[in-house]
Every structure is written in C-alpha cells, then in structure tokens.
Design a protein around this ligand. Structure first.
Ligand SMILES: Cc1cc2nc3c(=O)[nH]c(=O)nc-3n(C[C@H](O)[C@H](O)[C@H](O)COP(=O)(O)OP(=O)(O)OC[C@H]3O[C@@H](n4cnc5c(N)ncnc54)[C@H](O)[C@@H]3O)c2cc1C
Length: 91
C-alpha cells in the first residue's frame, strides 16, 4: 500500500495514476474540510495528455470548458494582447 500525503491536485493526481497501474493507495489529508481557492483550474494541453494517460481526460473534459482564446488586460479592461488556445493550434 502507498500512502499519499495531501488531497490537492498533485496528491489526487498521483493517487489516480498509482491506482491506474494497479497499486493500492490511501490519500491522507490533514484539512478537516474541503476549501476552494482561486477561480478555476486551467488544465493545459500537456496536463490533459497526462490525465488521458491515467484515464481522467474524459471526466475532466466533461466538467470543463474548452478555451479557444485568451486575453491579457489591465484591471480597467484595456486589452494588452491575446493568444490562441484552441485545439487546432495546440492539439
Ligand atoms: C489564493 C490562490 C488562488 C489560486 N488560484 C488558482 C486558479 O484560479 N487556478 C489554478 O489553476 N490554480 C490556482 N492556484 C494554484 C493552485 O491552488 C495550486 O497550483 C495547486 O493547489 C497545487 O496543488 P498541490 O496538490 O501541489 O498542492 P495543494 O493544493 O496545496 O495541496 C496540498 C494538500 O496537502 C495537504 N497537506 C499538506 N501537508 C500535509 C500532511 N503532512 N498530511 C496530510 N495532508 C497534508 C494540504 O492540506 C493540501 O490539501 C491558486 C493558489 C492560491 C493560493
């Protein structure tokens, strides 16, 4: 049995990967409750490939939104630049 300390994205991803290759895993989390920080989880193309390798790409995509464009702006909305994020560019 493998113990994983911490149920953040790293710990849960590690646990899933270990289970995927047949290892018995127990995740230990010191926090007594689930907390939310930030606005969302942006999963890049290379991370989606890794999630796919451990059987998680489909469930993650099912609860996510595929981004096609990104923009960088000042707090007042002034646009500084943009970038293409779509699958046609990055695979
Ligand atoms: C305010 C804030 C906003 C953020 N916003 C975003 C965002 O919008 N989008 C985004 O993609 N990323 C965001 N991030 C970054 C993101 O939260 C981290 O990159 C991500 O959580 C790192 O995952 P992790 O599993 O490595 O660590 P963590 O998420 O920190 O997980 C570690 C876990 O281990 C537990 N732990 C620690 N020590 C022990 C122990 N000894 N025993 C048991 N459990 C233990 C902790 O309680 C914690 O739950 C934000 C971060 C912060 C602080």
């Amino acid at each position: 049995m493998i113990l994983v300390a911490g149920a953040g994205p790293g710990g849960l991803g590690c646990a899933q990967a270990l289970q995927y290759v047949g290892r018995e895993v127990v995740v230990l989390e010191r926090s007594p409750e689930l907390r939310t920080a930030g606005a969302g989880l942006m999963v890049q193309v290379n991370a989606m490939r890794m999630l796919d390798a451990v059987g998680l790409a489909e469930p993650v995509a099912a609860v996510g939104v595929a981004l096609t464009d990104g923009e960088i702006a000042l707090a007042d909305g002034t646009r500084l630049g943009g970038m293409a994020l779509g699958a046609e560019r990055w695979g």
